[in-house]
Ligand binder design. Sequence first.
Ligand SMILES: [Zn+2]
Length: 128
Amino acid sequence: MKLLPHEHYARDLLARLYREHRVKHHRTLFRVVSRSYTRFAGGRPQIVLGHESLQRAFEKGFEEYPSVAWVLAGRRPVGLEGVHQLCLHEFAHVLQYRQGGFRGRCAHNAVFVRHYRDLMQRHPPPPP
Ligand SMILES: [Zn+2]
């Protein structure tokens, strides 16, 4: 499967995050599904990037789930910044899981938010 430039960006960013945070993981997948998500097969994270959600973040802007929209102060970053934000969101689930704070029914809990905000500080988006 040939990746588009913004998909390359997502793949490289996630590779860097896994490396810097020393997380053993399964290969990031690109799938023709609408949503992106993170799963944990055998206890190892795997981020599945949905083609549509990446495209949407890139072209129309990344829209956060209502319960955590405040983290972005209502902003909707677009272009590579949107892709960047989507990746940080999914990677925050990776760190949340590692810490034991991942629960299926309340995925966007306080542990998630703490990791998400920390990632935003440590890994700022590319200049527009
Ligand atoms: Zn999430």
